[in-house]
Design a protein around this ligand. Structure first.
Ligand SMILES: Nc1nc2c(ncn2[C@@H]2O[C@H](COP(=O)(O)OP(=O)(O)OP(=O)(O)O)[C@@H](O)[C@H]2O)c(=O)[nH]1
Ligand SMILES: [Mg+2]
Length: 301
């Protein structure tokens, strides 16, 4: 991977918060771009490239309307074109239901696809008790979905429930979003025991049908629980048992053995279609001693 090929992008207030947190775990090998109408979003992120959607400085207010946000993104695009030209994979984090995320994210994904980038979108859906925001989210989801290679719907309701279980703030992504992005990007950035590259990833995500990403982690003493957490992790409500394609990355410590590797992958793959094409990668890192994490993209759903 060359410098600048992995790009984490936050769009809108919550999306930027998620992107910053995710990027802080993989800043050695990815770039960060924050896009918002609210300048306060950019405070405290020295490493970020920022696109302020009110860059003309005319204090035209916040881009509370999706159409306005979309328009301002187009105007500001030449400021970030070089970043996009370098990127091979962008991970877009956003939450629909407000102005910026709803308006600018599909436009951004479409521009990224136009430069032959792969786009993975992680998209928050508002709480059901905010019906107007929810409806706005539903209206703006299809164009984002169509412009993404993988598009994962995250219900804020489920996220907040998971965060409560873990006793952390849901707005930070319940730890889950960071883990997903870190797992995905570290796979591409590091040479593993069995290396998977972007070409393999593309093969899997470009299968017809839906795709989603599952993550699970835990101790090497409880391998079945790792598979179970991965299976329970989809924040979108897709059933994965008919998956025809699977790209799976297993990360462990230097103490990871072939037994561990086989055990988790066999158990995970047993839930998919028997004819599923499986591409496997594995890597070891010092921080993972005693632990194993799996990151899987399943497609053809
Ligand atoms: N209940 C609740 N929902 C929130 C909160 N923050 C964000 N959301 C939800 O997340 C969605 C997106 O929020 P933001 O990312 O802040 O919106 P934005 O894209 O910056 O758009 P604007 O600020 O409206 O221009 C909203 O529609 C809300 O449904 C919060 O503190 N409480
Ligand atoms: Mg905002």
């Amino acid at each position: 991977m060359h410098q600048g090929s992995l790009l984490v992008v936050g769009i809108g207030g919550l999306g930027c918060l998620w992107a910053e947190r995710a990027h802080s775990r993989c800043s050695q090998f990815s770039d960060l771009l924050l896009i918002d109408a609210d300048e306060n979003t950019f405070n405290g992120s020295d490493e970020a490239h920022c696109l302020h959607l009110d860059a003309a400085g005319e204090a035209r207010g916040t881009a509370a309307l999706p159409m306005l946000a979309k328009h301002r993104l187009k105007e500001g695009m030449n400021n970030i074109q070089t970043l996009l030209d370098k990127a091979e994979l962008v991970v877009v984090l956003t939450c629909l239901g407000g102005g910026v995320g709803s308006g600018a994210s599909s436009e951004f994904a479409s521009l990224a696809r136009g430069t032959d980038c792969m786009v993975v979108s992680i998209v928050g859906f508002p709480f059901a008790e905010q019906p107007i925001r929810y409806q706005l989210a539903e209206e703006n989801f299809p164009p984002l979905f169509e412009n993404s290679n993988v598009c994962i719907k995250v219900s804020l309701e489920r996220l907040s429930w998971q965060a409560k279980q873990r006793d952390i703030d849901w707005k930070d992504g319940a730890g889950w979003i960071e883990e997903l992005v870190e797992g995905l990007l570290s796979t591409f950035a590091n040479v593993g025991k069995i290396n998977l590259d972007l070409m393999d990833f593309r093969t899997i995500v470009e299968r017809p049908g839906d795709a989603t990403i599952l993550v699970g982690s835990g101790s090497t003493n409880s391998l079945s629980d790792i598979v179970k957490t991965a299976r329970d992790s989809p924040l979108s409500d897709l059933q994965v048992d008919g998956a025809k394609g699977c790209w799976i990355q297993v990360e462990g410590g230097p103490d990871m053995t072939i037994y561990h590797l086989n055990q988790v992958t066999d158990e995970f793959v047993s839930i998919l279609d028997p004819d599923c094409q499986v591409l496997l990668g594995a890597r070891a890192s010092d921080e993972m001693v005693g632990k194993i994490r799996i990151v899987a993209v399943v497609s053809g759903l």
